[in-house]
Design a protein around this ligand. Structure first.
Ligand code: SAH
Length: 233
């Protein structure tokens, strides 16, 4: 059985979108992943099928209704898939959470719109709020693409070279070393000699040192976090 993603959205036509190409596109074709977009509006009632209403207490914008969204969530099989809500207030997405998700059977992803969703459906349906960064998007759909893209490439058989998943940026809380390929000289810049030496021990040492230095310079927070955290499993 493949990884099953159910997306609740007001714009189901956006899916699979970018995910229909390249690595994830081939994974969908093979059936390793199934991406099912469900229109939240299908669960609205009345002549106008309203999905949103004005915020209680006043203020700008509209809020996605708890009852409509809850009916959408309840239309899905009651399995153990984590239910994520894309939200700038959520826990920032990390590679280790992505890895955990990729080891499960699938995910349910709720895409917010407008000012966000009624708090009672977040509480009542146990939604895990996930943020993709400290900036505001107009809707949860682009965030859902990002979450799914990151998950799908880790599914068994999706990445061409299985090794390339393990030595990447953020695995082991380090940024990756720089890469080079032919031509040997580009506008007067050479490939570092050690990489052409064929000495694998030296190459490994050079890459590790580069990785450490880059992380120290650009993301000292990663190194600090590693020093204060429990050892990874
Ligand atoms: N008023 C909200 C922002 C709403 S943006 C606030 O200030 O917190 C509309 C929708 O876009 C959100 O409900 C969410 O689903 C999505 N979204 C916006 N920014 C996001 C981010 N950084 N990460 C994940 N989802 C985001």
């Amino acid at each position: 059985m493949g990884f099953k993603a159910s997306i609740l959205t007001l714009y189901p036509d956006m899916f699979p979108g970018a995910l229909g190409h390249s690595m994830s596109g081939r994974a969908i074709e093979r059936g390793d992943v199934e991406i099912n977009a469900i229109n939240i509006r299908d669960f609205a009632e009345g002549k106008h099928r309203n999905v949103d209403d004005t915020p209680s207490g006043g203020g700008a914008g509209m809020v996605l209704r708890a009852d409509v969204l809850a009916r959408g969530i309840d239309s899905l099989p009651d399995d153990n898939r984590p239910r994520l809500l894309m939200s700038p207030r959520g826990k920032p997405l990390t590679q280790s959470r992505v890895r955990e998700l990729s080891e499960g059977d699938g995910v349910v992803i709720v895409c917010g719109r407008f000012e966000g969703v009624d708090q009672r459906v977040i509480d009542g349906r146990n939604l895990e709020e996930v943020s993709i960064g400290d900036y505001i998007l107009s809707g949860g759909e682009p965030a859902a693409f990002i979450v799914l893209d990151a998950i799908v490439r880790l599914l068994p058989g999706v990445m061409g070279n299985a090794e390339s998943g393990e030595f990447e940026s953020f695995e082991n809380d380090l940024l990756e070393h720089p890469h080079y390929t032919r031509p040997q000289e580009f506008e007067g810049r050479e490939i570092p000699q050690v990489l052409l030496s064929g000495n694998h021990k030296k190459i490994d040492e050079w890459r590790k040192a580069q990785s450490q230095a880059l992380t120290q310079e650009r993301r000292p927070d990663l190194i600090q976090a590693r020093n204060t955290q429990k050892p990874r499993k």
